[in-house]
Design a protein around this ligand. Structure first.
Ligand code: NAP
Length: 198
């Protein structure tokens, strides 16, 4: 299973990253720490999530403890809608870098001025789809793992947000098994759902 996707910059983005939206202050640092210790190498952040300072402290601890080096990680942050004027971008970027205690980001995304759907995917109805449930039962995996691997096999990176240590680990356990092509075809039975792009 693809552990990385190659970007047109030549950089390699790990196919699974930890989402941090709605990961509350007070728990997000522990989630980032646990995720990196469990093997995550990609963290999806944004100043707008209001938790980059705490993520920065967790990253500092991980570096100081020698668990990973900065270059082992792929860190994303995002430029919020109200900072798109060219003169505002360096300041917004520097705020994120300062909060995250980093010298550079691997990816800096600009939010669409149209906004994002703001729906959480794993909490939606996808995990209740009969086809996902039956495949999960057949493979002995959770519905969440099946939904994540389905997306990776379709060539998408996934950013499951979790502050639950067990789910953090399970969401990364998507590399040593595969959904067979004939089974994958069954996913077309699932009605089109609104997917958040950022
Ligand atoms: N949705 C958007 O509009 C949006 C916009 C910008 C960026 N993002 C990025 O994408 C990340 C993911 O966002 P998302 O909206 O797609 O959320 P998601 O990761 O699909 O859903 C998060 C919710 O699902 C739960 N969860 C996590 N793993 C699970 C599993 N294996 N089984 C069942 N429930 C599980 C989490 O609860 P616990 O924490 O209790 O495990 C949390 O309540 C964000 O954190 C952010 O980094 C999303």
């Amino acid at each position: 299973m693809a552990r990385h996707f190659l970007l047109n910059t030549g950089n390699r983005m790990p196919s699974v990253g930890l989402g941090t939206w709605q990961a509350d202050p007070g728990v997000v640092g522990a989630a980032v720490y646990a995720a990196v210790k469990a093997g995550y190498r990609h963290i999806d952040c944004a100043s707008e999530y209001g938790n980059e300072k705490e993520i920065g402290l967790a990253l500092k601890t991980l570096f100081e403890e020698g668990i990973v080096k900065r270059e082992d990680l792929f860190i994303t942050s995002k430029l919020w809608n109200d900072r798109h004027a060219p003169e505002d971008v360096p300041e917004a970027l520097n705020e994120s870098l300062n909060d995250l205690q980093l010298d550079y980001l691997d990816l800096y995304l600009a939010y669409s001025p149209l906004g994002s759907p703001g729906t959480t995917w794993m909490n939606g109805n996808v995990l209740k789809e009969p086809v996902i449930i039956s495949i999960a039962e057949k493979l002995g995996k959770t519905t969440g793992q099946v939904a994540l691997l389905w997306n990776i096999q379709m060539g998408h990176s996934v950013l499951p947000k979790s502050t639950n240590q067990e789910r953090i680990k399970k969401n990364l356990d998507v590399y040593d098994w595969a959904i067979q092509d004939d089974v994958l075809a069954k996913f077309t039975e699932i009605q089109q759902v609104t997917l958040a792009i950022l």
